[in-house]
Design a binder for this molecule. Sequence first.
Ligand SMILES: C[S@@+](CC[C@H](N)C(=O)[O-])C[C@H]1O[C@@H](n2cnc3c(N)ncnc32)[C@H](O)[C@@H]1O
Length: 328
Amino acid sequence: MAEKVQNQTLHIAKSSKKDEFYTQLIDIEIELEYYKEHFKGKTVFCNCDDPRVSNFFNYFFYNFEELGLKKLIASCYNNKEHNLFNNYSTVNGYYAEYSGNKDGNKINRPEEINIIAFKEDGDFRSVESINLLKQSDIVVTNPPFSLFREYVDQLIKYDKKFLIIGNINAITYKEIFKLIKDNRAWLGIHLGRGISGFIVPEHYELYGSEARIDDLGNRIVSPNNCLWLTNLDISKRHEDIVLTKTYFGNEIDYPKYDNYDAINVNKTQNIPKDYRGFMGVPITFLHKFNPDQFELVKFRKGNDDKDLSINGKCPYFRILIKNKRLQM
Ligand SMILES: C[S@@+](CC[C@H](N)C(=O)[O-])C[C@H]1O[C@@H](n2cnc3c(N)ncnc32)[C@H](O)[C@@H]1O
């Protein structure tokens, strides 16, 4: 199955004029493994996905029964420059729905599912796409990065559960950080190198030392700068970070900021177990964050609203946290 799907993806990617990153089936499989209990009886919507080629659509189609899904919907955006299929109009987007094999209805492969044309272009913000969103419980996809804030904002507005791929930098957007701070979104399991790479079209530069052409001829780039963002609970989120270091006796390793009463910690593993005050940690801390153990206090800025600094130098984006266990 994987071979066929990936070949199709390549074919479509080749015909695309736009820079596109297609998610590999393997990366979807290894992440979704951790969320299975959330899908029973649910409608899943992949709203930036061509149902004929998307590996998200393929994943949910082939795992429909195992997950106990109610319905699967995928919709595809189609703008004027981006026409994936010659037999479809250049302006209409389209979508497909699958409710499992029942009532004598036997569909063996995703390609056998009827494609339904939208009246508009299938933009995730269009009325037609939002109508599908309203019917859905969980949105799972890799959306366009340039529209990430707007994309997440819409999911929140319609109170949807989601599991989506974004760039690690998205954490630094104040809107996204606020969601994380308020415990309305968190990082999934895989991030950075944990997401193996994306299939890109032929005209796309194969950049980076890990760029490759796989056995199926797919052109893969591994930017190693992506993450999964979700509001589906995962057990990892409830595991404490094991703290082994101490602040007292090692104060020199934990300088205070010039513009906030907090100590700087360079690595998550170096968070001292005995410090009750505020601590500034790198954004990668969020990958290990357990909201029962730590509180997220503030992002990046000191009291003067400038970047946190130590003797005038600013370490890369810091998040201010506090150890909740020591407050009891
Ligand atoms: C990063 S690619 C990922 C594609 C697919 N979700 C996957 O993971 O393989 C983002 C996709 O969003 C589509 N897209 C761009 N703008 C969109 C919009 N306004 N509404 C819906 N989809 C859009 C692009 O055409 C592109 O296929």
